[in-house]
Write a protein that binds this ligand. Sequence first.
Ligand SMILES: NC(=O)c1ccc[n+]([C@@H]2O[C@H](COP(=O)([O-])OP(=O)(O)OC[C@H]3O[C@@H](n4cnc5c(N)ncnc54)[C@H](OP(=O)(O)O)[C@@H]3O)[C@@H](O)[C@H]2O)c1
Length: 395
Amino acid sequence: MVYALKQKPIPARRRVAILGSTGSVGCQTIDLISRAPEKYEVVALTANKNIKLLVEQARLLNPEFVVVADESQYQALKDALAGTNIAVAAGAAAVVEAAESDSDWVMSAIVGAAGLPGTLAAAKRGVTVAFANKETLVCAGPLMMKLVAEAGAQLLPVDSEHNAIWQVFDFERREAVARLILTASGGPFRTKTRDYMVHVTPEEAVKHPVWSMGAKISIDSATLMNKALEVSEAHFLFAMPPEKIDVIMHPQSIIHSMVEYEDGSVLAQMGTPDMRTPIGYTLAWPERMATPAAKLDLAKLGQMTFEAPDSTKFPALRFAGEAMNKGGTAPAALNAANEVAVAAFLDHKIGFLDIERINEAVLNKVDVSPLTDLGVLHEADAAARAYAAELTAKK
Ligand SMILES: NC(=O)c1ccc[n+]([C@@H]2O[C@H](COP(=O)([O-])OP(=O)(O)OC[C@H]3O[C@@H](n4cnc5c(N)ncnc54)[C@H](OP(=O)(O)O)[C@@H]3O)[C@@H](O)[C@H]2O)c1
């Protein structure tokens, strides 16, 4: 399924739903929207359990509908918003309802496969979906892209790498594209040894040298699993075969990614590392909007450096290729294993290098089925999670 960007007419004031509004991407989306309230009206917000922040956001933005996924938080949310006109609901089905609310722009910023139902529900409505939730595309790429095409939805990538590629990808002449080059900062352990990584703590691993992000993606950046997921994401989003997607280490994170064309031209998108630039591009597209991101000062920066990725030190880089080669439900199984392993590491239950051990074991063991429907996907996800949990317990 080839992704074609169809431009939809932009309403004078966009009606916005933010799935995962309390997270890093969600908060930065709200930051941008709050700077241009005449252009955006927020109609729905969702969180998992952080109702303190959710209530603050609701009071600031006065949406029609606010959802907390964790049902045990329902009464507290309801009490906190009593006396307002804001409708309140709880549970996973209510998150889908928020995605189905009468919005024309949906930010998909829930972390993990939990973001899948909401993202699919928004895409099914044929609206504009800014998607940060890469796990949706990794797990359900072919199903998602088919649905997007059928519903006439517009899928705008928020991930800085894919947003960069989108900005320089010639959709009219895709046959001239020779290669996608994803840049990777390398995370906090790029220059460390494997011996060093054996003992790192979650507190150390979440400290990304360049980006400030949620805990799960920060750990994925430290293992380089984030890049593995992004290769899958690029494969589905831009319909490029895995062998035409390369990764290069670029610790300064100034070039956010590149497209190489058959004539040797390489087009790059650059900017200071601030997620508000790609988020702003999805909010305003096809226009651009002012953002508070620092302007790039190349003279001050002085130099940019690049290195070949080291897949011996960071085996996660191999996993994306293996999962895509296996196809079907393999990427979803790898993603599920990784979610379980990262949660266990953050919980101090396993070591840092156990994450890759568990991911590799699950990828090698699980049965792969053709990705025919969501039922098959859920089964593969559950089986991979169960096996990963077993391995986590064994340690
Ligand atoms: N952060 C970045 O700079 C960045 C960059 C590129 C791509 N991304 C991608 O964007 C997505 C979000 O990342 P993030 O860093 O913003 O994550 P985050 O800070 O951890 O926020 C995740 C959001 O999802 C909600 N959530 C978590 N589990 C949920 C569940 N089971 N059901 C419903 N909602 C749930 C959280 O609610 P609570 O706050 O209540 O827990 C929060 O609103 C990820 O897929 C990530 O890979 C992030």
